[in-house]
Design a protein around this ligand. Structure first.
Ligand code: ZN
Length: 358
């Protein structure tokens, strides 16, 4: 596990869910101190506060009872950093970057590489965050609308049509060579590599991933995107921009008004719902869901529509817990729903369910 992966893994964990999994009773962001003997009345009135937002905990009496989700496991289980991380990886394999499938190999490597990198150090920034955002914004402006391109045909086969392309500002790379050249003329190569647009070899990464899904913010601007292959032989199908996902795909669905929102995996499933005029947001994977996003779901009830495979099911259970703790109602797609007929079958995804073709 690299330090970036460790950061992502930690960010996707709900510290409250972890505390509860460890048998700690958490009530309204508080729990009893793990050293009750140091407190009067055995800490009958809980002194430890737990912050979901910051992913940390702190005892207001004991100076040494504080830290992040890994320190929490260390204190409660009285174990080392490595043992605590191993326990988290075994308990939440589906939250690992790359999903549950990679869990087994990740576990084997976690010990070695984490020991070598004890504390993830912040990556040195070559450009200020504001400039990085401007660069991504400018990159997206250089792209073409999907109309009359191979990407349009690909989307139409999946029953995703023009009103949705326009609403979500879908973009495509028509002339890869020209775009590659133009970017290199506009920005230093080191910067292009640093922000994750260019490969180590010095070329734009999306040669085989020409369909671009921008993650629009409230102002319909995007500083994050996913790139999709439209040739089905290409692996992986999607490439995420380097760095953490700032908010779910189709943020505009989270408008703080009372109602339902469908939470699915990936941009394609989200677009499929939007084409059916169903309010939906997407996350690249369960591991990219961040508990700090919970306030965005205020006033919503959430229909969980993750893939119907093992990783998806474990992810669904986890999200049910996390949303439940935040007081947000969830139901699982296909379970007790009257407004949609049928149930997604094993291995099927949302797009196929709505009649899309691969
Ligand atoms: Zn204490």
């Amino acid at each position: 596990m690299t330090s970036e992966e460790l950061k992502q893994f930690k960010a996707s964990l709900s510290i409250t869910a972890v505390a509860q999994a460890l048998g700690v009773e958490v009530v309204r962001g508080r729990c009893r101190c793990f050293y009750p003997q140091r407190h009067v009345h055995g800490d009958r009135t809980p002194s430890v506060s737990i912050s979901e937002e910051r992913g940390s905990f702190r005892c207001w009496v004991c100076d040494d009872v504080r830290g992040d989700v890994i320190s929490l496991v260390q204190i409660v289980k009285n174990c080392s950093f490595t043992e605590a991380l191993d326990w988290l990886v075994e308990t939440y394999p589906f939250l690992l970057p790359g999903g549950g499938k990679a869990a087994v190999t990740k576990m084997a490597t976690a010990k070695v590489s984490v020991a070598a990198v004890p504390e993830p150090s912040p990556k040195k920034e070559l450009i200020p965050e504001d400039d990085r955002k401007k660069l991504i914004l400018n990159f997206l402006k250089m792209l073409s609308p999907v109309d009359d391109t191979p990407a349009a045909a690909w989307l139409a086969r999946r029953r995703i049509y023009k009103p949705v392309w326009d609403k979500m500002l879908l973009r495509t790379i028509v002339d890869y060579g020209e775009l590659n050249r133009r970017l290199k003329e506009t920005y230093p190569l080191e910067i292009l590599k640093h922000v994750g647009l260019f490969s180590e070899k010095g070329n734009l990464k999306y040669y085989k991933h020409p369909l671009i899904f921008p993650y629009l913010d409230e102002g319909r601007r995007a500083f994050y995107f996913q790139a999709r292959a439209i040739d089905k032989t290409v692996v992986p199908k999607e490439l995420n921009l380097t760095g953490s996902v700032p908010y779910p795909y189709n943020l505009s669905a989270l408008d703080q008004k009372v109602g339902w929102v469908y939470l699915c995996e990936g941009a394609v499933d989200t677009l499929t719902f939007l084409n059916q005029k169903i309010n939906a947001v997407g996350i690249p994977g369960v591991s990219s869901f961040k508990v700090e996003w919970l306030p965005l779901f205020k006033n919503k009830s959430v229909v969980l529509c993750l893939d119907k495979d093992d990783a998806g099911r474990r992810g669904t259970e986890y999200l049910q817990t996390v949303f439940g703790q935040a007081g947000i109602r969830t139901i699982v797609l296909g379970e007790g729903m009257e407004n949609i007929k049928g149930v997604i079958s094993e291995g099927q995804d949302i797009n196929e369910w709505f009649g899309g073709k691969k």
